[in-house]
Design a protein around this ligand. Structure first.
Ligand code: FCB
Length: 472
C-alpha cells in the first residue's frame, strides 16, 4: 500500500452548471435556451422524457446543498450564470435574473463557500440560436456584451471567473456528430463555431481586464477557461499515420485552447491542416489582435476519460466531413459500462506533465471529474437505504492518487472539483447516469440522501491523505 498526501492548501469543491441544476426555466423572466427549446420540441429525445425544466431543484434547495458541501469539507463550488436568465432579448439586464444571482452568491458566501462563476455551459439562448448562434459574429458580440454586464454586476462578489465550459463540445455534439439538436453533420460549420467561440472567449477576457482596470472587480479576481483535456494516446509501436492522428486530435482538442489561453494565438500547424482539407474559417482583419487578448490567469481541466486514437481508414465520412483520426480501443481498457467511458486515472497525471513541460507558467485545477452510473438504486442497502457506491470511492481515490503524484512531480495543480456532488440533470441523458456523492430522489420531491462515498470523501477532505494500492 502507498500513502499519498495532497498539499494543505489544495482545495476541494463541487462542479455544477446553471442549466443542469436551477430548474425554474420559465420564471423570473428567464428566456428559453437551446435545452428548453429542444425539450419543448422533442421530449422523446431525453432519457425518460425528462427535459431541461426541472434541474435538480437547486433553486429551492441551494441552502441545503451548501450545508451538504460544508459537511463534506468542500470549500468552493462552480456554477454558471444562465445568459437566458440574466439578459433580455435586447441584451439588457433582466432585473429578476440579476436579483436571482445576487441572492445565490450572497447565500453561498453566508454559508462560508466560495462560488466560482462560469459564463457559458452549452446554453445558447434560443432567440440568439435563431439568429445563427455561434456561427453569427453578432452573437459573438452579444456574448461579449453579456460577459461585460456580468462583470459589472457581480465583479465585487465573485473572485474566480470562467468564460466557457468545454468549448469543444458544442461544435462536436451539435454541428459535427449530430448528437444534439439541431443534429448537424458539417465539419466546416463545427470549426466556424469553434473559431467564433475562441473570439468570444478573447473578447470576454478583454472585457474582464477593462472592468478590472476600471475598479469594478475584486482586486484578487482572476479569469480562466475550462475545457475537457486529455493527452491523446495511440497504439504501441505507432505508424507515422497514427502519430499524425495524434497530432491533429491533440491540435484540435488541446493545443488550440492551450495556445489561445497562454500565447493568445491558435496553433499554425492545425490551421494549416484544416485549410489543406478545405475548411474555411471566418477570420476577419483584426482578429489576431482580439485573440491576443485571450490569455488567462489559470485553467480548469475536466477529466473523465482518455482519448485513444489511430490513423483513420478513410479521408472523409459519409457526411463528407474530413476524418483526422479514428478511435483506438485499447485491449486493456477498463470501462465504466454505464457511460461507455474508459476509466484511466493516470491520464490526469499525463496531462499535468504535459502542462508542466509545454505550458509551464499555467496553473490549473481539475474542474470536473466523476463517475456516472445507471440504476444506482440497485446498490441501495436494504436496511439503511444508503447507496453503496464503492465503485465511486475507488474511482475518485485513484484519480486523486494520480493528482497527488502529479503534484509531487511538479505539476502546477491546485485543486479538485468533483462533477455533481449532488446528482443532477445531464443533458439528453437527463438523470440516467448518477454522478453524486449525494442521491437525488426523483420519486420523493428531489430529496437529498448521502451515499456511502460521501462519508469517505469527508475523511479525505479532512486529512488530505489517501491510501492506495501501489501504482493504482
Ligand atoms: C461534462 C459536462 C458536464 C456534465 C459532465 C457529465 O462534459 O461539462 O456538464 O454533463 O460532462
Amino acid at each position: 500500500m502507498e500513502q499519498l498526501t495532497l498539499p494543505k492548501d489544495f482545495f476541494f469543491g463541487a462542479a455544477m452548471s446553471g442549466p443542469q441544476t436551477e430548474g425554474e426555466w420559465k420564471s423570473g423572466g428567464k428566456l428559453e435556451n437551446l435545452w428548453d427549446l429542444w425539450s419543448n420540441l422533442e421530449l422523446d429525445a431525453f432519457h425518460n422524457r425528462v427535459g431541461s425544466y426541472g434541474g435538480n431543484d437547486f433553486t429551492r434547495r441551494h441552502n441545503e446543498d451548501f450545508q451538504i458541501f460544508k459537511d463534506l469539507g468542500l470549500t468552493s463550488f462552480r456554477t454558471s450564470i444562465q445568459w437566458s436568465r440574466l439578459l433580455d432579448e435586447d441584451g439588457n439586464v433582466n432585473p429578476e435574473g440579476e436579483k436571482y444571482y445576487h441572492e445565490l452568491f450572497a447565500d453561498a458566501a453566508a454559508s462560508g463557500l466560495e462560488c466560482f462563476v462560469n459564463l457559458y455551459h452549452f446554453d445558447m439562448p434560443a432567440y440568439l440560436f435563431r439568429r445563427g448562434g455561434w456561427e453569427n459574429r453578432e452573437v459573438v458580440e452579444a456574448y461579449a456584451n453579456y460577459a461585460a454586464k456580468a462583470f459589472e454586476l457581480f465583479g465585487k462578489e465573485i473572485r474566480c471567473w470562467f468564460t466557457f465550459n468545454e468549448p469543444i463540445v458544442e461544435p462536436d455534439q451539435r454541428y459535427q456528430n449530430g448528437v444534439w439538436y439541431p443534429y448537424l453533420h458539417n465539419f466546416n460549420r463545427a470549426k466556424v463555431v469553434q473559431y467564433n467561440i475562441s473570439v468570444a472567449h478573447s473578447l470576454a477576457v478583454a472585457a474582464y481586464r477593462r472592468a478590472k482596470a476600471a475598479g469594478l472587480m475584486r482586486e484578487d479576481s482572476r479569469i480562466g477557461l475550462i475545457n475537457c483535456f486529455t493527452p491523446p494516446y495511440t497504439r504501441e509501436n505507432p505508424s507515422e499515420a497514427d502519430l499524425e492522428a495524434v497530432r491533429m486530435t491533440d491540435g484540435i482538442n488541446n493545443r488550440w485552447w492551450l495556445d489561445l489561453v497562454t500565447k493568445g494565438e491558435l496553433p499554425a500547424d492545425v490551421l494549416d491542416s484544416l485549410a489543406s482539407r478545405g475548411v474555411e474559417l471566418p477570420i476577419r482583419p483584426g482578429d489576431a489582435e482580439i485573440l491576443a487578448q485571450g490569455k488567462v490567469d489559470w485553467l480548469g481541466c475536466n477529466y473523465y476519460h482518455p482519448e485513444r486514437v489511430q490513423a483513420p481508414s478513410r479521408e472523409v465520412d459519409e457526411s463528407g466531413c474530413p476524418v483526422f483520426a479514428e478511435p483506438y480501443v485499447w485491449p486493456e481498457a477498463k470501462m465504466n459500462e454505464s457511460r461507455g467511458w474508459e476509466i484511466y486515472p493516470k491520464g490526469i497525471y499525463d496531462f499535468g506533465m504535459k502542462l508542466k513541460n509545454e505550458y509551464p507558467e499555467l496553473e490549473f485545477f481539475v474542474s470536473e471529474n466523476g463517475m456516472g452510473v445507471e440504476h444506482e438504486w440497485d446498490f441501495r442497502d436494504a436496511e439503511t437505504g444508503v447507496i453503496q457506491d464503492d465503485y465511486r470511492i475507488e474511482f475518485v481515490r485513484e484519480h486523486l492518487a494520480w493528482i497527488a503524484r502529479a503534484i509531487a512531480d511538479g505539476a502546477n495543480l491546485v485543486g479538485y472539483h468533483y462533477w455533481a456532488v449532488v446528482d443532477n440533470w445531464s443533458w439528453s441523458n437527463a438523470f440516467k447516469n448518477r454522478y453524486g456523492f449525494v442521491e437525488v430522489d426523483l420519486e420523493d420531491g428531489y430529496k437529498r440522501r448521502l451515499k456511502k462515498s460521501a462519508n469517505w470523501l469527508r475523511e479525505v477532505t479532512k486529512t488530505h491523505t489517501l491510501t492506495v494500492e501501489e501504482g493504482k
